[in-house]
Structure formats: C-alpha cells, structure tokens
Design a protein around this ligand. Sequence first.
Ligand code: AMP
Length: 186
Amino acid sequence: MRLVLLGPPGAGKGTQAEALAGHFGVPHISSGELLRRHVASGTTLGREVTGYLDRGELAPDDLVMAVVDEALAGAASGYILDGFPRTLSQAEKAEARRGGAFADAVVFLDVANGVARRRMAQRLAGRSDDRDRGVIDRRLRTFHEETDPVVHYYRDRGMLVTVDAAQPPEAVTAAILAALAGRRPG
Ligand code: AMP
C-alpha cells in the first residue's frame, strides 16, 4: 500500500500515518521528521533547511526531494507518506521519478483553520515551529497557497479520499479505512 496524506498542519497527519502504518504493515515516512533529523544531526542538508523550518516556510524542492527519494527507495513494500508532496512541482517530480507508481490513493485530512490552530497550540511534542503564532499562521497560509492545488490535482485524477479530520483520531482512522476499502475493485 502506497498512501499519501495531505492536510494542513494540525490536521493529525502524523497520528493517522502511525495508525495506518501499523494497519498496513508499511513504514511511516514524514518529510518534516526526516528534515528535523538532519537539523538535529547537524548535516550539511540540515544546516541548509533549518531556517525554512524555523520560519514555517517550505524548504527548497531539491533538498526535500533528496531525503524523500532516499526514504522511498528503501520502502519496497509500500509506505504512508506524510508531509510530501506539498507543491504541484513536488507531486509532478515524484510521479515522474516513480513512473506513475507513487501513490495508490491520496488521503486529504480536511479540517478548518481554527481547529488546526488549536491543535498545534496544544501539541506536546515541543516543536519549535508550533510555539510561535506567526509561524503557525505562515504554515497554514502556505498550506492553502501551495498545497491546495495538490489536493485539486489528485481530486481531478480520481485518487483523492477526503475525510473529516475534526473527529476524534480513532474515528478519522476508521473513516479512512472505510473509504479506502470502498475504492478497491471487487
Ligand atoms: P511537517 O512536520 O510536515 O509539519 O513539516 C515541518 C516543516 O518541514 C515544514 O514547515 C517545512 O518547513 C518543512 N517541510 C516538510 N515537508 C516539506 C515538503 N514536502 N516541502 C517543503 N518543505 C517541507
């Protein structure tokens, strides 16, 4: 199973990705987590992206593609991808590189800005980009400017499953699994 999760920050992508990874027995790959790991280990790539993460801006495509490509190459049985693609150009590059075998379905975790904002403020993980009101607002704005077109792209191609992500986490997981089962032939 190759699944892509889309949704604004605070939609619960990480939580849902963990649950789905457990369900399907495939790895959870989070582009944000991969980038944060580079920052924490002080790699060259980490030093290049750290300012973008701190400001809540998208990191440059080539750097993001490099870490995601490497992670996908090691996930032969499939993956739950969280946080990528965030731009149309990333989606097109990922499709081109993987010869149309990039995603079986794309799940959109739909949640209003107010709910997303409240959840980020309550997050316990202690991420620095969850603490600053201006950074949170920029990440939400960036989602609507850059990633809404990715949602439309997959909707137009009949690959999108939209789920109400304001529900409790277990209900969201159940809704995703039901929607995916409904899409499968037979
Ligand atoms: P996330 O953990 O998905 O909220 O991502 C945290 C931060 O990592 C984002 O605010 C961006 O700065 C960066 N990031 C993660 N994924 C991407 C991506 N696909 N493209 C560009 N920047 C990304």
